[in-house]
Design a protein around this ligand. Structure first.
Ligand code: AMP
Length: 246
């Protein structure tokens, strides 16, 4: 399976080749065609699975290349670090396209963000609190959003963003494509997904509520006073006795 089998346009295939990717990851194989087809998506995927390209690539394609004023794609993230990371991916994957992205997050001066919004953008990547603040003051126009992504939705809920998310949703056009990415599922995520998504394609690349695949877990029962000795032993001999770890 190659990226070209997923229906991506030449500009995006070139960007993927620039990045040195050979084959799409499982989440990309499943999510990219679904997003291109305009479907809502509920994706269970952790960081490290390639989930960002899984939604950024097809959304860049759906946007075409006309640079607009108000954003047509809105990506909500729990943290400024993730927002910056998504923005970097948009820059990388959109390098052969004529689209503009802006990033909005709290804990930083708002004026450059306001100036950026005024200058216009096609994609807006934001943390919910700051976005809501700017939108309520008429500084962020969300009336043209056609595609919404909730990235790391479980973390957003853990951080108490549910009310802000609900308020942001009320500012968006009703007719839009919705993508929800979450590493774990609980009742709150399921409720949000049920409310937000219409007939979603389910994409699952790791078993629910599991740890990352490549992390091996081993448990030893020992008395507290032996913990230190066990640790030293494990460092010296390895978990399976085949030698030191480093
Ligand atoms: P993410 O899960 O979106 O945070 O991506 C994790 C890392 O995988 C990032 O550093 C990406 O640049 C990289 N990546 C994404 N897709 C691919 C791919 N198809 N092949 C190789 N690396 C990739």
């Amino acid at each position: 399976m190659h990226f070209s089998d997923l229906g991506l346009e030449p500009e995006l295939l070139r960007a993927v080749a620039d990045k040195g990717y050979d084959t799409p990851t499982p989440i990309q194989r499943q999510a990219i065609p679904a997003v291109l087809a305009g479907r809502d998506v509920l994706a269970g995927a952790q960081t490290g699975t390639g989930k960002t390209a899984g939604f950024v690539l097809p959304l860049l394609q759906k946007l075409g290349s006309a640079a607009g004023r108000a954003p047509r794609v809105l990506v909500l993230t729990p943290t400024r670090e993730l927002a910056a990371q998504v923005a970097q991916s948009v820059k990388d994957y959109g390098t052969h396209k004529n689209l503009r992205a802006r990033v909005i997050f709290g804990g930083a001066g708002e004026q450059p963000q306001i100036d950026g919004l005024r200058a216009g953008c096609d994609l807006l990547i934001a943390t919910p609190g700051r976005l809501l603040d700017l939108a309520n003051r008429g500084l962020a126009d969300l009336s043209k959003v056609e595609h919404l992504v909730l990235d790391e939705a479980d973390r957003m809920l853990d951080m108490g963003f549910i009310h802000d998310i609900r308020r942001v949703l009320r500012l968006l056009p009703e007719k839009r494509q919705n993508l929800l990415f979450s590493a774990t599922y609980n009742d709150d995520i399921r409720a949000l997904a049920a409310r937000l998504l219409t007939d979603p394609v389910h994409v699952e690349v790791t078993p629910r509520n599991s740890t990352a695949e490549r992390v091996e877990q081993v448990a030893y029962r020992v008395d507290k006073e032996h913990k230190r000795h066990l640790l030293v032993h494990l460092f010296q001999h390895g978990i399976d006795g085949t030698g030191p770890w480093f």
